[in-house]
Design a protein around this ligand. Structure first.
Ligand code: SAM
Ligand code: SF4
Length: 265
């Protein structure tokens, strides 16, 4: 499907939860954030229904994100339900990988093709600081398990703090050693809501943007950096997709309504 700027929209990012087992300082507040009620979160059946409606309209690629997608109960079942929808060509996930060691093989078997893993540093202490308590060794074990399971390609998302080029360089070297593609993301300021560019990724170049986003409580968003959203439960799935498509802005500006953990970064 084409939007009004003639961009072919083929990619749907689905946030399956606003919850996370980490508390990265650039993404989540330290104290427990205001989380959605369980009853507001889309059921697996609703998510599958959205995919079933979106595919005939032109969506071929699905990415599951969050929050942390692996904390959503029975996530493997959701992956297989999405894989069952005829016309889905590609299923990907963005994860912090701390729980990936046990999930990598079942995810691959359920139909997940590839995975993006967030890793900002190679230093265990720094990782603990950035994530407010995370264990980097679990991430390394998760990456090894993903390779073993045949998830391919494995990409690393590395958020670079303005002055930490050295830390980023170590992540780049790790990627080269392990055959992983590393993409650098500049930290976005959630106070101002403005967006940044993903180096080596397609995000940030609005002319190339091919995506829509679905929040975990069923809002179809045409752009990460816009307040526009269309409720699939109120409008119906097809109408919400249509509204998101016709109102997709030429360029991202500001989003003061949401944080990454509830839209899905
Ligand atoms: N929990 C998963 C993870 O960390 O990969 C998936 C969700 S997370 C919100 C998706 C991506 O958003 C991560 O790669 C994370 O680094 C990025 N992100 C979160 N807050 C950000 C910010 N303020 N600026 C830039 N990237 C951010
Ligand atoms: Fe959790 Fe991912 Fe946000 Fe970190 S970036 S707090 S891992 S959702």
């Amino acid at each position: 499907m084409l939007d009004r700027y003639k961009r072919e929209i083929s990619y749907l990012r689905i946030s399956v939860t606003d919850r996370c087992n980490l508390r990265c300082h650039y993404c989540m507040p330290e104290k427990d954030p205001a989380l959605l009620k369980h009853s507001d979160i889309l059921t697996f059946e609703e998510i599958q229904q959205v995919v079933s409606v979106a595919v005939p309209l032109g969506i071929t690629k699905i990415r599951l994100t969050g929050g942390e997608p692996l904390v959503r109960k029975d996530i493997i079942k959701l992956v297989s339900m999405i894989a069952d929808v005829e016309g889905v060509e590609d299923i990907a996930m963005t994860t912090n990988a701390t729980m990936l060691e046990k999930f990598a093989v079942p995810l691959a078997k359920a139909g997940l093709h590839r995975i993006n893993i967030s890793l900002d540093t190679m230093d265990a202490d720094n990782f603990r600081l950035i994530t407010r308590g995370g264990d980097i060794h679990k991430v390394f074990r998760g990456i090894a398990a993903a390779k073993e399971a045949g998830l391919h390609p494995i990409k690393i998302n590395c958020v670079v703090k303005g002055d930490d080029r050295q830390g980023a360089e170590k992540v780049r070297e790790f990627g080269l050693r392990e055959g992983l593609e590393v993409r650098f993301i500049s930290e976005m300021d959630l106070q101002t809501g403005h967006f940044g560019i993903v180096e080596g990724g397609s995000g940030g170049d609005c002319r190339q943007c091919n995506r829509l986003r679905l929040t975990s409580n069923g809002k179809m968003k045409p752009c990460l950096f816009s307040d526009l959203e269309y409720d699939i439960r109120e409008l119906g799935i097809e109408k919400a997709i249509e509204m998101a498509l016709v109102n997709k802005p030429a360029k991202g500006t500001v989003n003061m309504m949401n944080a990454f953990h509830n839209i899905g970064g």
